[in-house]
Design a protein around this ligand. Structure first.
Ligand SMILES: [Zn+2]
Ligand SMILES: [Zn+2]
Length: 130
């Protein structure tokens, strides 16, 4: 809750009803944005909530790869890593970090499974030709 008598950072004549859980700015009722039960000012809300299509694509590829499209595992890893690097550099919104990471992890799992399958086939072929 905001301190008594504090005014909104955006509206100097309006009493603040809450403060942003990220930057701590006092905000009035019309400025409040919520996300997962946390209160944010509009500026922080934009940064927390947004993610790029690349983050979503990495996750979708990761999920599809785990559902049988094994060859999508490697692009999921690459896209996920690119997105996380972009977030570290401040070029992509931080809201995509967990999405990109999820896609990358699924991609790694699938790629390991694919590598084991290929290894298994190779072993079988080698064993069969002996
Ligand atoms: Zn804020
Ligand atoms: Zn306001």
């Amino acid at each position: 809750m905001a301190a008594p008598g504090a005014t909104c950072v955006n509206h100097s004549s309006t009493l603040a009803t809450d403060n942003c859980s990220r930057c701590g700015d006092f905000i009035c009722g019309s400025c409040i944005e919520t996300k997962d039960w946390e209160v944010f000012c509009p500026g922080c809300h934009d940064r927390v909530d947004k993610h790029t299509p690349r983050a979503t694509t990495a996750l979708v590829m990761g999920i599809l790869s785990l559902n049988g499209c094994l060859f999508l595992g490697i692009p999921a890893i690459i896209l996920g890593m690119q997105e996380m690097k972009a977030i570290d550099r401040g070029e992509a919104p931080a809201g995509g970090r967990n999405i990109a990471k999820g896609g990358m992890i699924l991609g790694i799992v699938t790629t390991v499974i694919m590598a084991l399958l290929i290894l298994g086939v190779l072993v079988a072929v080698v064993a069969g030709s002996l």
